[in-house]
Design a protein around this ligand. Structure first.
Ligand code: G6P
Length: 607
């Protein structure tokens, strides 16, 4: 979603170059317009450039203007209030153009503030909630310093937000505000940076200072000062060192980040095994001894693909650890949590660690007295400040908006958790052996099948509707296969538990609607094959994610995406791989922006 960058330096580099490079590193989060504001040196004026669409449009404007500023702020906007048009793009300014503000988040009371400001004579040039902020600060600036005016203004704002503010009367400083939306300061030598996400800082510095909720920072080229919302100084914390692998944010010869990240999955699983599975098959989670004691029930909260990981997690926690588990959409849980039951562990699953709904659901669970565990690959995210305990899935940062390696890494984490909670499970040795063999199996699928899946994808790239079916532990994979397809190819896909087809969705089937069935040997194998037969009888083309070795599967399916036979409980880690490739190749063949699909964001920081 929206991204913020800020830079204040000493003149060796142009602020606009740093801002543009920073915004480029935040592109993966999803956006539909962008802008920067700088203070023109020597004269107290703001210079603002904004453009609808991709950053190239903004870059062209920046190149035309050639401003030599040393201080500036920038923003990529993902439209919430108001269309993705240039007049709604950030930075927003006051009328006299002496103040510029970029914001991530939502100002919930913007409507009433807008009304009050209008009554004071302020006029609005955009449809955004953000525009109230420069006017509000302006209204306090007459009798105050910039810092004091910002303090007055932020106390009037309701919602979750992060701000970066420039004012021509204070040409050496950027004021930053954090309230429930991430903002990180990067410390350099004679220059300082800020960003809403660390990829924008990593090329410049590893020394970072994440702001806490309720903090304001004054950033100059020389240093940083921290304040609370009353303007009282706060003691500066020592900076943290950014743990960063630059390889993860480069394409490394792959056409898209998504394809690269699909190929990273064997490595991610190996890292998970190295981190959590000991040579003697014990699971070491690295949590305090009492963290998971007396867990009688588990509630999982998540959104999107992470919610699908939660569904697989439920299956594992119930079948392996025998702990009753529920899975809720975080956006539903936060307004209708289940009745309180003591000794319930609440698990938040999120690849970004910033999803507003998931964080709010966890905050709620925490306030009700539940122990909260976060499962994420972004241990530096806001999730780490809310969850009591954190499990690092070992996936690292993911750039493609459609989650792939972070999903398999989340699944894997649930195996560790379930086996940890039930170390005496009779299948433990079999499962750990199977888990150790998984990376090689995935490598084989990638090596042997990508070409074939690509050809198949071309055949189906104009299809309008797909149905995905699965049962048991592979039902969530059917949902995930359908979600991947719609996210990046904009083709309609629905996932169903295979046994439910006959209760309604079967009415959709004809020769134009292919059915992808996940059929892996195990308790529901024959059932899925029968459900697939029912689809075939309605002329649907059948694609099976199934073992090639089974004559029954070969007879039923028109096309097989073969997977090796493994224990059914482990199969989701394999069955999802061909579905990721299928979605990827359909989208790539349609010439779509696979890594940044329309309307989607990697990090959904608004409700
Ligand atoms: C967005 C992303 C999805 C992701 C979902 C949940 O919609 O586009 O890929 O699954 O958010 O995100 P989270 O960061 O909480 O896993």
């Amino acid at each position: 979603m929206c991204g913020i960058v800020g830079y204040v330096g000493h003149g060796a580099v142009k602020a606009s170059e740093v801002l543009l490079a920073g915004l480029k590193k935040l592109e993966y989060r999803g956006y539909d317009s962008a802008g920067i504001a700088q203070i023109v040196p020597g004269q107290p004026t703001l210079h603002r450039l904004r453009a609808k669409g991709k950053l190239d449009n903004l870059a062209a404007k920046i190149a035309e203007e050639q401003i030599e500023a040393t201080i500036g702020i920038g923003h990529t906007r993902w439209a919430t209030h108001g269309k993705p048009e240039e007049y709604n793009a950030h930075p927003h300014t006051n009328r006299s153009q002496t103040l510029a503000v970029v914001q991530n988040g939502i100002i919930e009371n913007y409507h009433s503030l807008r009304q009050q400001l209008r009554e004071q004579g302020y006029e609005f040039a955009s449809d955004t909630d953000t525009e109230v902020i420069p006017h509000l600060i302006d209204s306090f600036l007459r009798d105050n310093t910039l810092l004091r005016a910002v303090c007055q203004a932020v106390k009037r704002l309701q919602g979750a937000f992060a701000l970066a503010i420039l004012c021509v009367y204070y040409p050496d400083q950027i004021i930053l505000v954090r309230q429930q939306a991430p903002l990180v300061i990067g410390l350099g030598k004679g220059e300082n940076f800020c960003a809403s996400d660390t990829p924008a800082l990593a090329p410049y510095t590893r020394s970072v200072l994440p702001l806490e909720n309720g903090e304001i920072a004054r950033l100059t080229a020389k240093g940083v000062e921290l304040f609370n919302f009353n303007g009282d100084p706060i003691k500066l914390r020592p900076p943290q060192t950014l743990n960063w692998n630059p390889v993860l944010i480069e394409k490394q010869g792959f056409r898209h980040f998504m394809l690269k990240e699909i190929y990273e999955q064997p490595g991610v699983i190996r890292s998970g095994i190295a981190k959590f599975l000991q040579d003697d098959d014990t699971i070491e989670l690295g949590l305090p001894g009492d963290a998971l004691e007396r867990v009688k029930q588990i509630q999982i909260v998540a959104c999107g693909t992470s919610w699908h990981a939660g569904l697989v997690g439920k299956h594992l926690l119930e079948q392996i650890a025998q702990i009753p588990t529920t899975v809720s959409y975080a956006s539903e849980y936060r307004y209708a949590p289940p009745p309180f039951v003591p000794d319930t562990l609440v698990i938040g699953v999120t690849q970004s660690g910033e999803t507003a709904d998931t964080l709010a659901a966890l905050e709620l669970a925490k306030s009700r007295g539940h122990k909260c565990l976060g499962i994420t690959n972004r241990t530096d995210s806001s999730l780490s400040r809310i969850a009591h305990y954190l499990l690092d899935t070992q996936a690292g940062i993911e750039i493609g908006v459609a989650a792939t390696k972070t999903f398999t890494a989340q699944l894997l984490t649930f195996y560790w958790l379930a086996l940890f909670l039930q170390p005496d499970n009779p299948k433990k040795a079999e499962l750990t052996l199977g888990l150790r063999q998984l990376p090689a199996h995935i490598e084989r699928i990638l090596e042997s099948q990508e070409r074939y899946i690509e050809q198949l994808a071309h055949k189906f790239s104009h299809t309008q509707d797909f149905i995905f079916i699965g049962r048991g532990i592979n039902y969530p994979i059917a949902l995930e296969g359908a979600l991947k397809l719609k996210e990046i190819s904009y083709i309609h896909g629905e996932g169903y538990p295979a046994g439910e087809m006959k209760h309604g969705p079967i009415a959709l089937l004809d020769e134009a609607v292919p059915v992808v069935a996940i059929a892996t040997p195990g308790v529901v194998y024959e059932k899925v094959l029968s459900n697939a037969q029912e689809a075939k009888a309605r002329d649907a083309q059948l694609i099976g994610v199934a073992p090639l070795t089974d004559p029954a599967a070969r007879e039923i399916f028109d096309h097989i995406l073969p997977i090796p036979v493994v224990d059914e409980l482990l199969s989701p880690l394999l069955t999802v791989i061909p579905l990721q490739l299928l979605a990827y190749h359909i989208a790539a063949h349609r010439g779509l922006d696979v890594d940044q699909p329309r309307n989607l964001a990697k990090s959904v920081t608004v409700e």
